[in-house]
Design a protein around this ligand. Structure first.
Ligand code: ZN
Length: 491
């Protein structure tokens, strides 16, 4: 046994335990009896402690010092790159600081929820200021002289920098603001109406998941308040939700999570329970959920197929024909909430958060001034004022959870999805004809072969570039949105 074999055996157990921890979380959101909440908190905490100890174990350092990466093959070198990176990030953070962050973020959730219910940003500001200060301190340890925000971002999107993302977003923003304002000047298309039985929605959700290539033999679908997907390798589960008056909530949450899940299911099984055996970054993960949900799932061709499916499931939908249905699916309307935003406006929500949190990380914006900065920026990009904090600065849980550097990965996912779709149109001849028949095998096969199978083998931006054959940029996404919505709204 070489040091590399020993290390990989140790990693395999760590990855297995991490999958177990993830399944505890899945159970908590789907099946767990209410009375078990407190005990489950302790169970998850105990697992996290075991995992943290393994990920910072002194023997890891010994192995890393003993192994000569250049003597390994490409896969071995990629494994080592990920293990070294994770270890270096973790050991740079003092244990006391990590514990303080865990303590503060665990109480912050309750304070955020109260503040949101009472429309009281001032009630949340002190604990948020503490979180920002602690995260900046942690970022400075990890950055080791480099940029603090980049260190935060790197935890979710390895290799990305704030400057690179700012350049992309700044190029995207004016076009999106103009498109949004042109679209909202037009008449809003009508919505679907009807009786959408919960059970029938779940049956259709299963069918749509299968159509998109989700493998139920290695997965399952359940309901959760906030849909998510979880797990890697041979056990990747998804959740969705149903609303009696809005069937699209269920259908498109399902397609979104199927995008995440088929990515995990599509990774080369040889990488199972190893650092390479999961999606390479949050941005690339989101590109898979978004291309399924938007470029494919909200395309005219697929909507025409879905219209027939929904008529079979629910009867009359209150819209004239499949074209009116396509317009209803892609309806753009005024709103404040990121998670309810359509394709045109979603990225504007993200850019706002990205600029504000980057300024907070750099010490250019104080938490005390955050609400005012948020409202000013919202009015600028959306054209109307925020009416209350729960529709503005208090709407998302991310900062309360200590997540800084996380938001931009959502929009980066959209940018990558735009690039991948551009390449897919060339790579899958007759794509629209397939979508119109409810056949996603060409699209899903293309993604699996060109991107998903690689898992963590290549860096995030690199795997997208390899799949596309060109350097990722915001240009394909903006072109796609301008073309689609000009056609939809007669601009
Ligand atoms: Zn997602």
């Amino acid at each position: 046994m070489t040091a590399y074999d020993d290390l990989m055996g140790f990693q395999r157990q760590t990855e297995a335990l991490s999958q177990v921890a993830g399944r505890l979380g899945w159970d908590q959101e789907t099946m767990m009896p209410k009375g078990a909440a407190e005990q489950r908190g302790e169970e998850i905490g105990a697992m996290e402690e075991v995992l943290h100890a393994r990920r910072t174990a002194p023997e890891l350092g010994d192995w890393l010092a003993a192994i000569d990466d250049t003597a390994l093959d490409e896969v071995g070198r990629a494994q080592m790159r990920l293990i070294r990176r994770d270890y270096a990030r973790r050991v740079r953070v003092p244990g006391k600081l990590a514990a303080r962050i865990a303590r503060v973020t665990s109480v912050a959730y309750g304070k955020w929820a109260d503040a949101r219910a009472n429309e009281d940003f001032a009630g949340f500001a002190p604990v948020l200021a503490e979180i920002v200060a602690l995260r900046r301190e942690e970022g400075a340890h990890i950055a080791d002289g480099g940029d603090v925000y980049d260190a935060m971002l790197d935890g979710y999107e390895p290799g990305a920098t704030g400057a690179q993302i700012a350049e992309m977003f700044d190029a995207l923003r004016p076009g999106l603001v103009a498109l949004r304002s042109a679209v909202l000047d037009r008449r809003e298309p009508s919505q679907v109406r009807g009786h959408f039985d919960h059970g029938a929605q779940m049956i259709l959700a299963r069918k749509v998941a299968e159509v998109f290539g989700y493998d139920f033999h290695r997965g399952r679908i359940d309901k959760a308040v906030h849909p998510f997907s979880s797990g890697s390798g041979a056990d990747v589960r998804i959740t969705t939700r149903t609303a009696a008056e809005d069937p699209f909530n269920c259908i498109y949450s399902t397609i979104h999570e199927v995008g995440h899940a088929t990515y995990e299911q599509g990774i080369d099984p040889a990488y199972g329970l190893s650092p390479l055996g999961q999606g390479v970054s949050l941005g690339v993960h989101e590109s898979q959920s978004r291309i399924y949900e938007n470029q494919l799932g909200r395309s005219r061709a697929f909507c025409h197929w879905l219209y027939g499916q929904m008529r079979d499931a629910f009867g009359d939908l209150g819209v004239r024909n499949e074209e009116a249905f396509y317009k209803a699916v892609n309806r753009v309307h005024r709103g404040y909430i990121r998670t309810e935003a359509d394709e045109v406006q979603y990225n504007l929500h993200i850019m706002l958060r990205f600029d504000l949190e980057r300024d907070m990380a750099a010490g250019k914006l104080e938490v005390a001034d955050l609400e005012e900065a948020w409202n000013a920026r919202f009015a600028q990009d959306f054209g109307y004022p925020v009416d209350k904090p729960s529709n503005g600065v208090l709407q998302d849980v991310h900062w309360a959870a200590g997540l800084m550097g996380y938001f931009p990965t959502y929009a980066l996912g959209n940018v990558y999805a735009g690039c991948l779709y551009r390449a897919m149109l060339d790579g899958v001849p007759g794509l629209d004809d397939q979508l119109a028949m409810g056949d996603l095998s060409g699209a899903t096969g293309w993604l699996r072969d060109n991107l998903q199978q690689h898992g963590g083998l290549y860096a995030p931006r690199e795997v997208v570039e390899r799949a596309c054959g060109f350097a990722p940029s915001e240009v394909p996404l903006l072109g796609y949105l301008e073309y689609k919505f000009a056609d939809l709204y007669g601009l």
